[in-house]
Design a protein around this ligand. Structure first.
Ligand code: MCA
Ligand code: AMP
Length: 508
Protein backbone atom coordinates (compact mmCIF):
# COMPACT_ATOMS: atom_id res chain seq x y z
CA UNK A 1 0.00 0.00 0.00
CA UNK A 2 1.23 3.53 -0.68
CA UNK A 3 -0.63 5.24 2.12
CA UNK A 4 -2.18 2.69 4.48
CA UNK A 5 -4.63 5.00 6.24
CA UNK A 6 -5.92 6.58 3.06
CA UNK A 7 -5.99 3.41 0.98
CA UNK A 8 -7.78 1.30 3.57
CA UNK A 9 -10.28 3.86 4.88
CA UNK A 10 -10.99 6.07 1.90
CA UNK A 11 -9.39 4.85 -1.32
CA UNK A 12 -11.06 1.46 -1.33
CA UNK A 13 -14.46 3.13 -1.78
CA UNK A 14 -13.40 5.30 -4.74
CA UNK A 15 -15.84 3.61 -7.13
CA UNK A 16 -18.66 3.12 -4.62
CA UNK A 17 -21.98 4.80 -5.36
CA UNK A 18 -23.23 3.81 -1.90
CA UNK A 19 -24.14 6.62 0.54
CA UNK A 20 -21.44 7.81 2.92
CA UNK A 21 -23.03 10.94 4.44
CA UNK A 22 -26.77 11.37 4.95
CA UNK A 23 -27.41 15.01 5.79
CA UNK A 24 -30.14 16.59 7.89
CA UNK A 25 -31.97 17.80 4.74
CA UNK A 26 -31.89 14.19 3.44
CA UNK A 27 -29.25 14.99 0.80
CA UNK A 28 -26.73 12.21 0.26
CA UNK A 29 -22.99 12.30 -0.37
CA UNK A 30 -21.82 9.00 -1.86
CA UNK A 31 -18.40 7.55 -1.12
CA UNK A 32 -17.41 8.35 -4.67
CA UNK A 33 -18.60 12.01 -4.47
CA UNK A 34 -16.70 12.32 -1.23
CA UNK A 35 -13.49 10.95 -2.76
CA UNK A 36 -13.81 13.25 -5.79
CA UNK A 37 -14.08 16.28 -3.55
CA UNK A 38 -11.22 14.98 -1.43
CA UNK A 39 -9.00 14.87 -4.53
CA UNK A 40 -9.92 18.47 -5.37
CA UNK A 41 -9.08 19.62 -1.85
CA UNK A 42 -5.83 17.62 -2.00
CA UNK A 43 -4.86 19.51 -5.17
CA UNK A 44 -5.77 22.80 -3.49
CA UNK A 45 -3.56 22.04 -0.47
CA UNK A 46 -0.69 21.03 -2.73
CA UNK A 47 -1.08 24.21 -4.77
CA UNK A 48 -0.72 26.16 -1.56
CA UNK A 49 2.67 24.60 -1.09
CA UNK A 50 1.69 22.12 1.62
CA UNK A 51 3.49 18.81 1.53
CA UNK A 52 3.71 15.65 3.61
CA UNK A 53 4.60 16.33 7.24
CA UNK A 54 3.40 19.97 7.20
CA UNK A 55 0.70 20.81 9.72
CA UNK A 56 -2.73 22.22 8.85
CA UNK A 57 -4.78 23.65 11.73
CA UNK A 58 -8.54 23.68 11.21
CA UNK A 59 -11.14 25.41 13.36
CA UNK A 60 -14.21 24.75 11.25
CA UNK A 61 -17.86 23.96 11.82
CA UNK A 62 -18.99 20.41 11.24
CA UNK A 63 -19.87 19.89 7.57
CA UNK A 64 -19.18 17.36 4.81
CA UNK A 65 -16.43 19.70 3.55
CA UNK A 66 -14.78 19.71 6.98
CA UNK A 67 -14.54 15.93 6.72
CA UNK A 68 -13.27 16.26 3.15
CA UNK A 69 -10.50 18.46 4.53
CA UNK A 70 -9.47 15.69 6.94
CA UNK A 71 -9.45 13.14 4.12
CA UNK A 72 -7.44 15.48 1.87
CA UNK A 73 -4.82 15.85 4.60
CA UNK A 74 -4.53 12.06 4.83
CA UNK A 75 -4.24 11.78 1.05
CA UNK A 76 -1.47 14.40 0.86
CA UNK A 77 0.32 13.30 4.05
CA UNK A 78 -0.37 16.68 5.68
CA UNK A 79 -0.76 16.40 9.46
CA UNK A 80 -4.34 17.33 10.40
CA UNK A 81 -4.85 19.42 13.54
CA UNK A 82 -8.56 19.82 14.31
CA UNK A 83 -9.50 22.47 16.89
CA UNK A 84 -12.57 22.96 19.07
CA UNK A 85 -14.88 25.58 17.53
CA UNK A 86 -15.30 27.15 20.98
CA UNK A 87 -11.62 28.14 21.29
CA UNK A 88 -10.84 31.85 21.54
CA UNK A 89 -8.18 33.63 19.46
CA UNK A 90 -5.88 33.49 22.50
CA UNK A 91 -6.19 29.71 22.70
CA UNK A 92 -5.81 29.29 18.95
CA UNK A 93 -2.66 31.40 18.87
CA UNK A 94 -0.90 28.90 21.10
CA UNK A 95 -1.92 25.89 18.98
CA UNK A 96 -0.89 27.52 15.72
CA UNK A 97 2.41 28.70 17.10
CA UNK A 98 3.25 25.48 18.94
CA UNK A 99 2.41 23.20 16.02
CA UNK A 100 4.13 25.44 13.46
CA UNK A 101 1.01 25.08 11.27
CA UNK A 102 1.69 26.29 7.74
CA UNK A 103 -1.99 26.76 6.93
CA UNK A 104 -4.91 27.70 9.14
CA UNK A 105 -8.47 27.05 7.99
CA UNK A 106 -11.31 28.79 9.81
CA UNK A 107 -14.88 29.99 9.45
CA UNK A 108 -15.12 33.32 7.60
CA UNK A 109 -16.60 34.91 10.74
CA UNK A 110 -13.32 34.19 12.50
CA UNK A 111 -10.98 35.31 9.74
CA UNK A 112 -10.58 38.93 10.85
CA UNK A 113 -9.64 37.88 14.36
CA UNK A 114 -7.17 35.27 13.16
CA UNK A 115 -5.57 37.22 10.30
CA UNK A 116 -3.04 39.10 12.49
CA UNK A 117 -2.09 35.84 14.22
CA UNK A 118 -1.60 34.04 10.92
CA UNK A 119 0.49 36.92 9.56
CA UNK A 120 2.65 37.03 12.67
CA UNK A 121 3.23 33.28 12.57
CA UNK A 122 3.72 33.17 8.78
CA UNK A 123 0.79 30.83 8.25
CA UNK A 124 -1.64 31.01 5.32
CA UNK A 125 -5.24 31.65 6.24
CA UNK A 126 -8.11 30.06 4.30
CA UNK A 127 -11.79 29.92 5.10
CA UNK A 128 -14.27 27.06 5.15
CA UNK A 129 -17.79 27.77 6.37
CA UNK A 130 -20.55 25.62 7.81
CA UNK A 131 -22.37 25.65 4.44
CA UNK A 132 -19.24 24.40 2.65
CA UNK A 133 -18.39 27.72 1.03
CA UNK A 134 -15.10 29.55 1.58
CA UNK A 135 -11.78 30.40 -0.04
CA UNK A 136 -10.57 26.82 0.21
CA UNK A 137 -13.65 25.50 -1.61
CA UNK A 138 -13.21 28.16 -4.29
CA UNK A 139 -9.60 27.17 -4.73
CA UNK A 140 -10.60 23.51 -5.09
CA UNK A 141 -13.64 24.02 -7.33
CA UNK A 142 -12.16 23.46 -10.79
CA UNK A 143 -9.32 21.15 -9.85
CA UNK A 144 -9.19 17.50 -11.01
CA UNK A 145 -11.28 14.88 -9.22
CA UNK A 146 -8.46 12.42 -8.93
CA UNK A 147 -5.18 12.91 -7.07
CA UNK A 148 -2.05 10.77 -6.89
CA UNK A 149 -2.08 9.71 -3.24
CA UNK A 150 1.13 10.68 -1.45
CA UNK A 151 3.14 7.74 -0.21
CA UNK A 152 3.24 7.35 3.56
CA UNK A 153 4.34 4.60 5.89
CA UNK A 154 2.41 3.35 8.87
CA UNK A 155 4.67 5.23 11.31
CA UNK A 156 4.22 8.61 9.63
CA UNK A 157 2.16 11.19 11.47
CA UNK A 158 -1.47 11.60 10.46
CA UNK A 159 -2.82 13.98 13.10
CA UNK A 160 -1.99 16.18 16.08
CA UNK A 161 -4.65 16.45 18.75
CA UNK A 162 -3.97 18.90 21.53
CA UNK A 163 -4.70 17.78 25.04
CA UNK A 164 -4.15 19.87 28.13
CA UNK A 165 -2.18 18.77 31.10
CA UNK A 166 -1.83 19.36 34.77
CA UNK A 167 0.70 22.08 33.97
CA UNK A 168 -2.00 23.97 32.08
CA UNK A 169 -0.14 24.05 28.76
CA UNK A 170 -1.62 21.96 25.98
CA UNK A 171 0.46 19.20 24.45
CA UNK A 172 0.20 18.05 20.84
CA UNK A 173 -0.37 14.30 20.86
CA UNK A 174 1.28 12.91 17.72
CA UNK A 175 -0.86 10.19 16.18
CA UNK A 176 0.48 7.99 13.42
CA UNK A 177 -1.31 6.41 10.50
CA UNK A 178 -1.15 3.06 12.25
CA UNK A 179 -2.44 4.42 15.58
CA UNK A 180 -5.62 5.46 13.79
CA UNK A 181 -5.92 2.61 11.34
CA UNK A 182 -5.24 -0.26 13.73
CA UNK A 183 -7.82 1.08 16.19
CA UNK A 184 -10.47 1.66 13.52
CA UNK A 185 -10.08 -1.86 12.14
CA UNK A 186 -10.13 -3.43 15.60
CA UNK A 187 -13.25 -1.53 16.66
CA UNK A 188 -15.11 -2.10 13.40
CA UNK A 189 -14.67 -5.83 13.91
CA UNK A 190 -15.27 -5.80 17.68
CA UNK A 191 -18.50 -3.85 17.30
CA UNK A 192 -19.47 -5.73 14.10
CA UNK A 193 -19.77 -2.74 11.78
CA UNK A 194 -20.69 -3.58 8.18
CA UNK A 195 -21.53 -1.74 4.97
CA UNK A 196 -25.22 -1.86 5.96
CA UNK A 197 -24.66 0.19 9.10
CA UNK A 198 -26.07 3.70 9.38
CA UNK A 199 -24.42 5.51 12.28
CA UNK A 200 -26.25 8.44 13.87
CA UNK A 201 -23.43 10.99 14.18
CA UNK A 202 -24.11 14.09 16.30
CA UNK A 203 -20.67 14.42 17.91
CA UNK A 204 -18.24 17.20 17.06
CA UNK A 205 -15.50 16.17 14.61
CA UNK A 206 -12.57 17.90 16.30
CA UNK A 207 -12.06 15.14 18.88
CA UNK A 208 -11.10 11.48 18.81
CA UNK A 209 -14.65 10.32 19.52
CA UNK A 210 -16.41 11.97 16.58
CA UNK A 211 -13.50 12.00 14.12
CA UNK A 212 -11.57 8.80 14.62
CA UNK A 213 -13.89 6.43 16.45
CA UNK A 214 -17.15 7.23 14.68
CA UNK A 215 -15.91 8.29 11.25
CA UNK A 216 -12.99 5.94 10.78
CA UNK A 217 -15.01 2.91 11.83
CA UNK A 218 -17.79 3.78 9.41
CA UNK A 219 -15.22 4.17 6.64
CA UNK A 220 -13.46 0.94 7.53
CA UNK A 221 -16.76 -0.91 7.17
CA UNK A 222 -17.95 1.04 4.11
CA UNK A 223 -21.13 2.11 5.90
CA UNK A 224 -22.81 5.50 6.15
CA UNK A 225 -23.46 8.20 8.74
CA UNK A 226 -26.43 10.44 9.42
CA UNK A 227 -24.24 13.47 9.76
CA UNK A 228 -25.87 16.09 12.02
CA UNK A 229 -24.20 19.46 12.73
CA UNK A 230 -24.63 18.96 16.48
CA UNK A 231 -26.72 17.21 19.12
CA UNK A 232 -30.29 18.47 18.86
CA UNK A 233 -32.88 16.41 20.71
CA UNK A 234 -35.73 16.81 18.21
CA UNK A 235 -33.46 16.01 15.29
CA UNK A 236 -32.07 12.96 17.08
CA UNK A 237 -35.59 11.65 17.65
CA UNK A 238 -36.42 12.28 13.98
CA UNK A 239 -33.33 10.48 12.72
CA UNK A 240 -33.14 7.52 15.12
CA UNK A 241 -35.64 5.40 13.10
CA UNK A 242 -33.25 5.58 10.12
CA UNK A 243 -30.12 4.56 12.05
CA UNK A 244 -28.70 1.18 13.04
CA UNK A 245 -26.14 2.47 15.57
CA UNK A 246 -25.37 5.54 17.65
CA UNK A 247 -22.30 6.81 19.51
CA UNK A 248 -22.43 9.49 22.17
CA UNK A 249 -21.12 10.97 25.38
CA UNK A 250 -23.19 10.27 28.53
CA UNK A 251 -24.96 13.65 28.19
CA UNK A 252 -26.52 12.40 24.91
CA UNK A 253 -28.03 9.46 26.77
CA UNK A 254 -29.33 11.44 29.75
CA UNK A 255 -30.86 14.02 27.39
CA UNK A 256 -32.59 11.28 25.36
CA UNK A 257 -33.89 9.66 28.54
CA UNK A 258 -35.25 13.02 29.67
CA UNK A 259 -37.72 13.00 26.76
CA UNK A 260 -40.80 10.77 26.84
CA UNK A 261 -40.81 10.41 23.06
CA UNK A 262 -37.63 8.37 23.43
CA UNK A 263 -39.15 4.93 23.90
CA UNK A 264 -38.79 1.27 23.02
CA UNK A 265 -40.66 1.51 19.73
CA UNK A 266 -38.42 4.27 18.43
CA UNK A 267 -35.26 2.21 18.82
CA UNK A 268 -36.37 -1.42 18.66
CA UNK A 269 -34.65 -1.78 15.26
CA UNK A 270 -31.30 -0.38 16.52
CA UNK A 271 -28.27 -2.65 16.65
CA UNK A 272 -25.89 -0.76 18.94
CA UNK A 273 -25.55 2.20 21.33
CA UNK A 274 -21.99 3.12 22.36
CA UNK A 275 -21.01 5.52 25.15
CA UNK A 276 -17.62 6.99 26.06
CA UNK A 277 -15.44 10.05 26.77
CA UNK A 278 -16.77 10.34 30.34
CA UNK A 279 -18.14 7.95 32.96
CA UNK A 280 -21.62 6.65 32.21
CA UNK A 281 -23.44 6.36 35.52
CA UNK A 282 -24.57 2.80 36.23
CA UNK A 283 -27.97 4.34 36.93
CA UNK A 284 -28.16 5.77 33.39
CA UNK A 285 -27.18 2.38 31.97
CA UNK A 286 -29.97 0.68 33.91
CA UNK A 287 -32.60 3.32 33.12
CA UNK A 288 -31.70 3.03 29.45
CA UNK A 289 -32.17 -0.71 29.50
CA UNK A 290 -35.50 -0.42 31.30
CA UNK A 291 -36.76 2.13 28.79
CA UNK A 292 -35.46 0.59 25.57
CA UNK A 293 -34.42 -2.99 26.18
CA UNK A 294 -30.91 -2.09 24.91
CA UNK A 295 -27.76 -2.26 26.99
CA UNK A 296 -25.41 0.62 26.19
CA UNK A 297 -21.92 -0.58 25.29
CA UNK A 298 -19.42 1.51 27.27
CA UNK A 299 -15.81 1.82 26.15
CA UNK A 300 -12.77 3.76 27.37
CA UNK A 301 -10.19 5.75 25.46
CA UNK A 302 -7.98 8.79 25.39
CA UNK A 303 -6.69 11.27 22.85
CA UNK A 304 -3.22 9.75 23.20
CA UNK A 305 -4.35 6.17 22.77
CA UNK A 306 -7.59 6.06 20.82
CA UNK A 307 -9.71 3.30 22.35
CA UNK A 308 -8.25 0.95 24.96
CA UNK A 309 -11.10 -1.13 26.33
CA UNK A 310 -14.64 -2.02 25.46
CA UNK A 311 -17.52 -3.96 26.89
CA UNK A 312 -18.25 -7.01 24.76
CA UNK A 313 -20.57 -7.02 21.77
CA UNK A 314 -21.83 -10.45 22.74
CA UNK A 315 -21.74 -11.30 26.41
CA UNK A 316 -22.48 -9.14 29.39
CA UNK A 317 -22.15 -5.37 29.07
CA UNK A 318 -21.53 -4.59 32.70
CA UNK A 319 -22.84 -1.27 34.02
CA UNK A 320 -20.20 0.90 35.68
CA UNK A 321 -17.32 -0.84 33.87
CA UNK A 322 -15.47 -0.15 30.64
CA UNK A 323 -15.10 -3.81 29.70
CA UNK A 324 -11.97 -5.62 28.54
CA UNK A 325 -8.75 -4.50 26.85
CA UNK A 326 -9.30 -4.51 23.07
CA UNK A 327 -7.52 -7.16 20.99
CA UNK A 328 -3.87 -6.11 20.64
CA UNK A 329 -4.02 -3.74 23.64
CA UNK A 330 -2.25 -4.64 26.89
CA UNK A 331 -3.57 -3.03 30.07
CA UNK A 332 -2.09 -3.23 33.56
CA UNK A 333 -2.70 -1.66 36.94
CA UNK A 334 0.38 -0.30 38.67
CA UNK A 335 1.39 1.40 41.89
CA UNK A 336 1.48 5.16 41.15
CA UNK A 337 4.49 5.61 43.44
CA UNK A 338 6.71 2.77 42.23
CA UNK A 339 5.26 1.66 38.90
CA UNK A 340 5.17 -1.95 40.17
CA UNK A 341 2.39 -4.23 38.92
CA UNK A 342 -0.51 -4.62 41.33
CA UNK A 343 -2.55 -7.74 42.03
CA UNK A 344 -5.91 -8.30 40.35
CA UNK A 345 -8.58 -6.40 42.30
CA UNK A 346 -6.25 -3.73 43.64
CA UNK A 347 -6.73 -0.07 42.69
CA UNK A 348 -3.84 1.66 40.92
CA UNK A 349 -2.97 3.65 37.83
CA UNK A 350 -4.01 2.31 34.45
CA UNK A 351 -1.22 1.79 31.92
CA UNK A 352 -1.73 0.69 28.32
CA UNK A 353 0.44 -0.50 25.44
CA UNK A 354 -0.40 -1.38 21.87
CA UNK A 355 -0.45 -0.16 18.26
CA UNK A 356 -3.03 2.42 19.33
CA UNK A 357 -0.62 4.29 21.63
CA UNK A 358 0.67 7.62 20.26
CA UNK A 359 4.23 8.51 19.38
CA UNK A 360 4.71 11.22 22.01
CA UNK A 361 4.00 14.91 22.56
CA UNK A 362 5.15 17.29 19.84
CA UNK A 363 8.45 18.89 20.83
CA UNK A 364 8.01 17.97 24.49
CA UNK A 365 10.47 15.15 25.16
CA UNK A 366 10.33 15.58 28.93
CA UNK A 367 6.56 15.35 29.11
CA UNK A 368 6.65 12.38 26.75
CA UNK A 369 9.22 10.63 28.93
CA UNK A 370 7.13 11.29 32.05
CA UNK A 371 4.04 9.58 30.64
CA UNK A 372 5.24 7.15 27.99
CA UNK A 373 7.57 4.51 29.37
CA UNK A 374 10.51 3.24 27.35
CA UNK A 375 8.86 -0.19 27.17
CA UNK A 376 5.88 1.40 25.39
CA UNK A 377 3.39 1.53 28.29
CA UNK A 378 1.49 4.82 28.52
CA UNK A 379 0.52 6.07 31.98
CA UNK A 380 -3.07 7.20 31.48
CA UNK A 381 -3.55 9.17 34.71
CA UNK A 382 -6.75 7.21 35.33
CA UNK A 383 -7.16 5.05 38.42
CA UNK A 384 -8.77 1.68 38.07
CA UNK A 385 -8.99 -1.96 38.95
CA UNK A 386 -9.69 -5.21 37.17
CA UNK A 387 -12.42 -7.39 38.69
CA UNK A 388 -12.43 -11.15 39.01
CA UNK A 389 -14.05 -11.53 35.58
CA UNK A 390 -11.50 -9.29 33.86
CA UNK A 391 -13.71 -6.18 33.51
CA UNK A 392 -11.87 -2.88 33.94
CA UNK A 393 -13.40 -0.39 36.36
CA UNK A 394 -12.33 3.26 36.32
CA UNK A 395 -12.56 4.44 39.90
CA UNK A 396 -11.00 7.90 39.74
CA UNK A 397 -8.29 10.07 38.28
CA UNK A 398 -4.71 10.59 39.29
CA UNK A 399 -4.85 13.87 37.36
CA UNK A 400 -6.67 17.08 38.09
CA UNK A 401 -9.29 16.99 35.37
CA UNK A 402 -12.95 17.95 35.00
CA UNK A 403 -15.05 16.33 32.25
CA UNK A 404 -18.06 18.44 31.32
CA UNK A 405 -20.42 17.12 28.65
CA UNK A 406 -17.53 15.05 27.29
CA UNK A 407 -15.11 17.99 27.07
CA UNK A 408 -11.96 17.82 29.14
CA UNK A 409 -11.21 20.85 31.26
CA UNK A 410 -7.90 21.17 33.09
CA UNK A 411 -8.36 23.27 36.27
CA UNK A 412 -4.76 24.48 36.11
CA UNK A 413 -5.44 26.37 32.88
CA UNK A 414 -8.34 28.26 34.49
CA UNK A 415 -6.46 28.83 37.75
CA UNK A 416 -3.66 30.51 35.81
CA UNK A 417 -6.17 32.97 34.37
CA UNK A 418 -7.87 33.58 37.74
CA UNK A 419 -4.53 34.06 39.53
CA UNK A 420 -3.64 36.87 37.14
CA UNK A 421 -6.83 38.87 37.89
CA UNK A 422 -6.79 42.14 39.84
CA UNK A 423 -7.05 41.62 43.59
CA UNK A 424 -6.62 37.83 43.40
CA UNK A 425 -3.99 36.20 45.57
CA UNK A 426 -4.62 32.61 44.49
CA UNK A 427 -7.35 30.34 43.22
CA UNK A 428 -8.58 26.77 42.95
CA UNK A 429 -10.92 25.35 40.33
CA UNK A 430 -13.03 22.30 41.10
CA UNK A 431 -15.66 20.16 39.38
CA UNK A 432 -19.11 19.84 40.91
CA UNK A 433 -21.71 17.22 39.97
CA UNK A 434 -24.00 18.46 37.20
CA UNK A 435 -27.15 16.69 36.02
CA UNK A 436 -26.70 17.44 32.34
CA UNK A 437 -22.94 17.74 31.83
CA UNK A 438 -21.81 15.24 34.50
CA UNK A 439 -19.52 17.84 36.02
CA UNK A 440 -19.43 21.63 35.94
CA UNK A 441 -16.74 24.16 36.80
CA UNK A 442 -16.54 26.22 40.00
CA UNK A 443 -13.84 28.80 40.65
CA UNK A 444 -12.73 29.72 44.18
CA UNK A 445 -10.54 32.72 44.75
CA UNK A 446 -8.68 34.16 47.72
CA UNK A 447 -8.32 37.96 47.77
CA UNK A 448 -5.04 39.79 48.26
CA UNK A 449 -4.96 41.32 51.77
CA UNK A 450 -7.15 44.40 51.89
CA UNK A 451 -8.50 43.98 48.36
CA UNK A 452 -11.97 43.11 47.08
CA UNK A 453 -11.85 41.33 43.68
CA UNK A 454 -14.69 42.25 41.32
CA UNK A 455 -16.33 38.98 40.23
CA UNK A 456 -18.13 40.57 37.25
CA UNK A 457 -14.90 42.00 35.94
CA UNK A 458 -13.09 38.72 36.47
CA UNK A 459 -15.81 36.75 34.64
CA UNK A 460 -15.55 39.19 31.74
CA UNK A 461 -11.78 38.74 31.57
CA UNK A 462 -12.12 34.95 31.66
CA UNK A 463 -14.59 35.13 28.75
CA UNK A 464 -12.04 36.96 26.62
CA UNK A 465 -9.39 34.27 26.82
CA UNK A 466 -11.02 30.90 27.51
CA UNK A 467 -13.55 28.88 25.53
CA UNK A 468 -17.10 29.07 26.90
CA UNK A 469 -17.23 25.46 28.09
CA UNK A 470 -14.28 26.12 30.44
CA UNK A 471 -15.87 29.14 32.17
CA UNK A 472 -16.59 28.67 35.86
CA UNK A 473 -20.37 28.65 36.26
CA UNK A 474 -19.87 30.06 39.73
CA UNK A 475 -16.96 32.07 41.15
CA UNK A 476 -16.81 32.54 44.93
CA UNK A 477 -14.40 34.34 47.22
CA UNK A 478 -13.13 32.33 50.20
CA UNK A 479 -10.76 33.20 53.04
CA UNK A 480 -8.09 30.63 52.28
CA UNK A 481 -7.46 27.41 50.38
CA UNK A 482 -7.27 24.24 52.50
CA UNK A 483 -3.81 22.67 52.21
CA UNK A 484 -2.25 19.44 53.39
CA UNK A 485 1.05 19.28 55.26
CA UNK A 486 2.93 19.26 51.93
CA UNK A 487 1.25 22.56 51.00
CA UNK A 488 -0.93 20.96 48.30
CA UNK A 489 -4.45 22.35 47.88
CA UNK A 490 -7.00 19.78 49.08
CA UNK A 491 -9.56 19.86 46.31
CA UNK A 492 -11.55 17.00 47.83
CA UNK A 493 -12.16 19.21 50.89
CA UNK A 494 -13.35 22.03 48.63
CA UNK A 495 -15.61 19.69 46.66
CA UNK A 496 -17.25 18.51 49.88
CA UNK A 497 -17.58 22.02 51.25
CA UNK A 498 -19.23 23.36 48.09
CA UNK A 499 -21.39 20.35 47.33
CA UNK A 500 -24.46 22.48 48.07
CA UNK A 501 -23.69 24.61 45.02
CA UNK A 502 -24.81 21.63 42.97
CA UNK A 503 -28.33 22.93 42.39
CA UNK A 504 -27.16 26.39 41.50
CA UNK A 505 -24.68 24.99 38.98
CA UNK A 506 -27.41 22.89 37.38
CA UNK A 507 -29.42 26.02 36.65
CA UNK A 508 -26.60 28.04 35.12
C1 MCA B 1 -21.70 23.46 25.44
N1 MCA B 1 -21.53 24.24 26.54
C2 MCA B 1 -20.87 23.54 27.45
C3 MCA B 1 -20.61 22.29 26.87
N2 MCA B 1 -21.12 22.27 25.63
N3 MCA B 1 -20.49 23.85 28.70
C4 MCA B 1 -19.82 22.93 29.38
N4 MCA B 1 -19.53 21.69 28.88
C5 MCA B 1 -19.91 21.35 27.62
N5 MCA B 1 -19.61 20.16 27.13
C6 MCA B 1 -22.00 25.59 26.79
C7 MCA B 1 -22.57 26.27 25.58
O1 MCA B 1 -21.56 27.06 25.01
C8 MCA B 1 -23.70 27.07 26.17
O2 MCA B 1 -23.20 28.27 26.64
C9 MCA B 1 -24.18 26.30 27.36
O3 MCA B 1 -23.07 25.47 27.70
C10 MCA B 1 -25.36 25.42 27.11
O4 MCA B 1 -25.22 24.83 25.86
P1 MCA B 1 -26.16 23.69 25.30
O5 MCA B 1 -26.93 24.24 24.15
O6 MCA B 1 -26.93 23.03 26.39
O7 MCA B 1 -25.06 22.71 24.83
P2 MCA B 1 -24.99 21.97 23.51
O8 MCA B 1 -24.62 22.86 22.40
O9 MCA B 1 -26.26 21.17 23.38
O10 MCA B 1 -23.73 21.02 23.75
C11 MCA B 1 -23.72 20.06 24.77
C12 MCA B 1 -23.17 18.76 24.19
C13 MCA B 1 -21.79 19.10 23.56
C14 MCA B 1 -24.09 18.22 23.13
C15 MCA B 1 -23.02 17.77 25.31
O11 MCA B 1 -20.95 19.68 24.54
C16 MCA B 1 -21.13 17.92 22.93
O12 MCA B 1 -21.42 17.55 21.78
N6 MCA B 1 -20.22 17.24 23.68
C17 MCA B 1 -19.46 16.13 23.14
C18 MCA B 1 -18.00 16.33 23.38
C19 MCA B 1 -17.14 15.24 22.77
O13 MCA B 1 -17.30 14.84 21.62
N7 MCA B 1 -16.21 14.73 23.55
C20 MCA B 1 -15.27 13.74 23.11
C21 MCA B 1 -13.88 14.17 23.50
P3 MCA B 1 -24.12 29.56 26.90
O14 MCA B 1 -24.38 29.55 28.37
O15 MCA B 1 -23.28 30.67 26.43
O16 MCA B 1 -25.37 29.39 26.09
S1 MCA B 1 -13.05 13.02 24.43
C22 MCA B 1 -12.43 11.88 23.38
O17 MCA B 1 -12.52 11.98 22.18
C23 MCA B 1 -11.85 10.68 24.12
C24 MCA B 1 -10.64 10.18 23.46
C25 MCA B 1 -12.89 9.56 24.18
O18 MCA B 1 -12.74 8.65 25.00
O19 MCA B 1 -13.85 9.62 23.41
P1 AMP C 1 -9.25 13.01 26.44
O1 AMP C 1 -8.18 13.81 27.08
O2 AMP C 1 -10.30 13.81 25.77
O3 AMP C 1 -8.61 12.04 25.59
O4 AMP C 1 -10.03 12.25 27.58
C1 AMP C 1 -9.57 11.05 28.08
C2 AMP C 1 -10.10 10.84 29.47
O5 AMP C 1 -11.53 10.72 29.44
C3 AMP C 1 -9.62 9.54 30.04
O6 AMP C 1 -8.31 9.62 30.55
C4 AMP C 1 -10.67 9.27 31.10
O7 AMP C 1 -10.38 10.00 32.29
C5 AMP C 1 -11.93 9.83 30.46
N1 AMP C 1 -12.77 8.76 29.86
C6 AMP C 1 -12.89 8.39 28.58
N2 AMP C 1 -13.80 7.39 28.44
C7 AMP C 1 -14.24 7.12 29.69
C8 AMP C 1 -15.18 6.22 30.24
N3 AMP C 1 -15.88 5.38 29.48
N4 AMP C 1 -15.36 6.23 31.57
C9 AMP C 1 -14.66 7.07 32.36
N5 AMP C 1 -13.79 7.97 31.91
C10 AMP C 1 -13.58 8.00 30.59
Amino acid sequence: MTNPLFDRLFGQHAESEAPFLRLADDAIVTHRDFLNRTAQFAHALTKQGLSAGDRLAAQVEKSPEALVLYAACVQTGVVFLPLNTAYTVDELTYFIENSGAKTVVCDASRADGLAPVATKLSARLETLNADGSGTLTELAADLPTSFPTVERSKDDLAAFLYTSGTTGRSKGAMLTQDNLLSNALTLAEYWRFTASDVLLHALPIFHTHGLFVATNITLAAGGSMIFLPKFDLDEMLRQLPKATAMMGVPTFYTRLLGDERFNRDLVSHMRLFVSGSAPLLAETHLRFEERTGHRILERYGMTETNMNTSNPYDGERRAGTVGFPLPGVELKITDPATGANLEQGEVGQIEVRGPNVFKGYWQMPEKTAAELREDGFFITGDLGRIDEDGYVHIVGRNKDLIISGGYNIYPKEIEQVLDAQPGVLESAVIGLPHEDFGESVMGLIVAKPGEQPDIEEISGNVRKVLARFKHPRVISIIDELPRNTMGKVQKNVLRERFAEFRDQSVKS
